[in-house]
Design a protein around this ligand. Structure first.
Ligand SMILES: [Zn+2]
Length: 101
């Protein structure tokens, strides 16, 4: 069992920021960095904040960019209330993620 949840969360954020910073250098281990950070989050039962879901795809562990994602905004009525959300469609694995705004 991991004792220090805060430290692990810091590590997760660091790994994801690092993976994004390595994108321009086409580092072949980007997939692993994101994979490790999502595994760490699972271990400590931590729900990734939506900022991270905007940056990476949790299904194929790739960094989102304009070439591999379709972005749509949605307006849905739920119980008479209009709910705005963003739909992120990853083209490399066809995974769709909805994020409430
Ligand atoms: Zn994907």
């Amino acid at each position: 069992m991991v004792k220090d949840k805060k430290k692990v969360i810091e590590k997760i954020n660091f790994l994801i920021d690092f993976a994004i910073s390595q994108k321009q250098e086409s580092n072949p281990y980007i997939y692993d960095y994101i994979n490790i950070s999502f595994n760490l989050a699972k271990k400590i039962n931590y729900r990734m904040p939506k900022e991270i879901h905007r940056k990476v795809c949790k299904n194929c562990f790739s960094i989102r960019s304009l070439e591999n994602t379709k972005i749509r905004t949605l307006r849905e009525k739920k119980n008479g209330v209009i709910v705005k959300s963003i739909k992120l469609h990853c083209l490399s694995c066809n995974h769709i993620k909805k994020i409430r705004v």
